[in-house]
Design a protein around this ligand. Structure first.
Ligand SMILES: [Zn+2]
Ligand SMILES: [Zn+2]
Ligand SMILES: [Zn+2]
Length: 114
């Protein structure tokens, strides 16, 4: 499925709530709706996509939505050649505070090889 910009979009299972559509951490209440997918259990992402390094595909950093993938667990795949981020060695985490994303690669774990 392509959108009006010619970008292929795919539905994937919401990583943050694991497809349940409910807030996985019950911050407000265990019945509250997942803030990532709005309760649908799936999110739309740009394809092709790769797993998010910062949250390791879980969509969450502790009990917060991952800022890199916004909770989807995946991010759009790089368009060109990449190399492992020299700052975080591919973890996507800030080396001094792992809950923060690496500023060099913006949490992706890779940087453009150019
Ligand atoms: Zn969800
Ligand atoms: Zn993430
Ligand atoms: Zn990095």
């Amino acid at each position: 499925m392509k959108n009006e910009l010619g970008v292929t979009m795919e539905h994937v299972r919401c990583a943050f709530c694991r497809g349940k559509g409910k807030d996985p951490f019950g911050i407000m209440s265990s019945l509250s709706t997942c803030c990532v997918c709005g309760g649908k259990g799936t999110v739309q992402v740009q394809a092709p996509y790769v797993g998010c390094a910062h949250c390791q595909g879980s969509g969450a950093i502790k009990t917060l939505t991952c800022t890199v993938c916004r909770g989807a667990g995946v991010i759009p795949a790089p368009a060109g050649p990449t190399r492992v981020c020299p700052e975080c060695q591919g973890t996507g985490d800030d080396t001094s505070a792992s809950a923060m994303c690496c500023l060099t690669c913006r949490g992706r774990g890779w940087v453009s090889a150019e």
